[in-house]
Design a protein. Structure first.
Length: 293
């Protein structure tokens, strides 16, 4: 199955007998499907139709939906005048004139420019036609935005897998250096004990116990094994495709936890360098994963 990004833009147009509807979709990442729909007043009746169309065809993301409507028919929809609203504007203009002594230049053409004073009203016969055109334009926009989201999704996955390979290549180096850290600790501990005890013989049993305690406390085998498991799981989910964003995000959180534990356990400059690389790459992966559906 294909993997889609949540970022994209799509435009769809539907025309019939002088009617033209344009739907534009702009999408960015979001934990759920969040629709912000902006409709002309004449399409108030069709918002639910548009919303269901989007919900059925888009997984998740914040979607800004813009609808533009052109009626080029000779017999257009009728106009509705909100006389009460117009009167309120006229009354307010008079009050401002009287209170502040300014000229009242509110004319009919100014009233016509005020939103909602004059609106188009579709008759019942038009509503079904407009709803169908709106659906057609919406489906066209969804098709176009999905093309862009698919291309970006493919690019993201390619980059993510490259970063996963980089992390996988670093783990053997940490495994190689971990025993050296233990040897260094044993040597430094021996030198410190001898420095304090001077001529007193070192108790090898206690020294071995101390080193064994350190070895158990600072061993990173479990963390590295889990990292390998998380990497394999990550790759398998990508191969399955579909809505992978939330699953991968969870795995990345676990990978970050393991890398933090390795960093806290190992007091070695070389290992620290690799851990910094791990955490940096995992953070980049986390940011990119959050853009996937």
């Amino acid at each position: 199955m294909a993997i889609y990004s949540m970022t994209g833009y799509g435009k769809g147009i539907a025309e019939e007998n002088g009617l033209k509807i344009t739907v534009e979709l702009k999408s960015v990442n979001h934990r759920f499907l969040d629709l912000n729909i902006k409709l002309p007043k004449v399409f108030s009746f069709a918002e639910d139709v548009l919303r269901k169309c989007l919900q059925a065809n888009i997984g998740r993301g914040h979607i800004d939906v813009y609808v533009n409507y052109e009626d080029n028919r000779e017999d257009k929809c009728s106009l509705n005048i909100d006389y009460d609203l117009a009167k309120q504007y006229i009354d307010v203009a008079k009050q401002l004139e009287e209170k502040f002594g300014v000229q009242n230049n509110l004319y009919v053409n100014e009233l016509l420019r005020i939103p909602e004073v004059v609106t188009q009203v579709a008759n019942e016969e038009d509503e079904q036609k407009l709803a169908q055109l709106l659906t057609n334009a919406c489906m066209s926009a969804i098709e176009n935005i999905n093309k862009m989201k698919l291309l970006e999704g493919e690019a993201l996955i390619k980059d993510l897998l490259a970063k996963i390979d980089g992390i996988k290549n670093v783990l053997p180096e940490i495994q190689r250096l971990s025993p050296l850290t233990l040897d260094e600790y044993r040597q430094k501990l021996m030198e410190r004990v001898q420095e304090y005890l001077k001529e007193v013989p070192v108790d090898e049993v206690k020294l071995i116990n101390e080193v064994a305690f350190y070895s158990d406390k600072f061993c990173t085998d479990e963390e590295i094994t889990r990292l390998y498991t998380h990497i394999d799981h990550f790759i398998n989910i990508v191969k399955e495709g579909g809505a992978v964003g939330k699953k991968l995000d969870f795995i990345v959180q676990e990978m970050n936890r393991e890398s933090n534990t390795i960093g806290s356990k190992c007091n070695n400059a070389e290992i620290t360098k690799y851990v910094v690389f791990l955490k940096s790459e995992i953070e980049k992966i986390r940011e990119q994963v959050q853009n996937l559906v």
